[in-house]
Design a protein around this ligand. Structure first.
Ligand SMILES: Nc1ncnc2c1ncn2[C@@H]1O[C@H](COP(=O)(O)OP(=O)(O)O)[C@@H](O)[C@H]1O
Ligand SMILES: [Mg+2]
Length: 319
């Protein structure tokens, strides 16, 4: 299986890109994968985190893209760094603050783009604008679009109770990951350890997020393998002179999109299974590999975002 390349990006600072990049890299490493983190941010927060925390075996690089040069230069540079990292990695994770000078084509270098966003109205509006401007990337029929995973971050309990997402329209095909909760313990982990080892609700939420990313990767890989074999059989039938073979049509593309949408639901569907009953909320159990997790959240808190997802899957958002 080829290297899986993930871009963590958003235009807003402070949403948790670097925190998630460093900790997702550590999460994949703990699963036994060879991981490289490329920190494309001038601040170098994610690379510093991994370099100073107890060594978990992630290869860490800090590279600055020539973003002010515009044109193709940043893309060519990123491609070069990615290719080099890919030769020795199962997973490459890149941390990048997006700016308007970056050409959207950069996203085609990745299998998955994760966009963290807080659930405050002001940030949801910014995220919605960012995704709208790059809709052509995620809906591309010419290139293989990256899978888009929106991750609610720094989510507080009271924010999970209001259905903030339902007021927003994200006009692209995307998956929604389980939320990563806001906690002082997450801040305290900077350069000291990893969110997946936190024995609290934030740690549990991060492990749920990690599982969702793995599930989304598996879905994408399965989808790509299916497309490849369908294409191969089409080519061989065409060579054999079978006139009834048809090239993929817009309708087929639509079906691919809708199957992605139903997958969105299955990711959070799984999250839902981990919903805690109120009586469990005092007893949080968490193993380092995330096998038994139990979030310190209320029942209503864990259902509001999945409901949002279900409505997207059913196409009834804003109805
Ligand atoms: N889940 C979280 N809970 C609490 N604080 C967080 C969480 N994620 C990030 N932070 C804090 O938010 C600030 C911004 O996070 P950072 O990962 O640097 O975001 P970005 O890379 O998007 O600018 C940092 O102070 C970080 O410690
Ligand atoms: Mg950062």
């Amino acid at each position: 299986m080829s290297t899986f390349k993930i871009l963590l990006t958003s235009q807003k600072g402070g949403v948790g890109k670097s925190t998630i990049s460093a900790n997702l890299a550590a999460y994949f490493r703990r699963q036994g994968e060879a991981v490289t983190l490329i920190d494309f941010d001038t601040h170098g927060s994610s690379s510093t985190w991994l370099s100073r925390a107890p060594n978990i075996g992630v290869v860490v690089q800090h590279k600055i893209l020539p973003l002010d040069q515009g044109g193709n230069r940043p893309i060519l540079d990123a491609r070069l760094h990615l290719r080099r990292a890919a030769t020795s990695s199962d997973v490459v994770i890149c941390d990048l603050t997006w700016t308007d000078s970056i050409a959207g084509e950069l996203m085609f270098e990745f299998d998955m783009v994760i966009v963290p966003t807080s659930v405050s109205e002001i940030e949801l509006a910014a995220t919605s604008g960012f995704l709208s401007r790059h809709r052509w990337v995620f809906d591309s029929a010419i290139h293989t679009p990256p899978t888009l995973l929106v991750c609610p971050t720094r989510v507080q309990h009271e924010q999970m109770n209001n259905n903030a997402f339902s007021k927003q329209r994200f006009p692209v095909s995307f998956m929604l990951s389980p939320p990563v909760l806001e906690a002082q313990t997450a801040r305290d982990m900077f350069e000291r350890g990893y969110l997946m080892d936190l024995k609290d609700a934030c740690g549990a939420s991060f492990n749920e997020f990690g599982k969702a990313v793995c599930a989304a990767r598996d879905m994408r890989n399965a989808e790509q393998a299916m497309k490849k074999s369908a294409h191969a059989s089409m080519v061989s039938s065409a060579r054999a002179g079978n006139k009834s073979v048809q090239m993929p049509t817009a309708r087929n593309n639509l079906l691919a999109t809708s199957s992605t949408l139903s997958n969105q639901y299955s990711i959070l569907g799984r999250h839902r299974l981990h919903k805690t009953r109120p009586e469990d909320s005092a007893a949080t159990v968490n193993s380092p590999n995330g096998s038994t997790t139990s979030a310190r959240t209320t029942t209503s808190a864990t259902t509001s975002i999945p409901q949002f997802l279900k409505r997207i899957a059913l196409g009834t958002l804003n109805h």
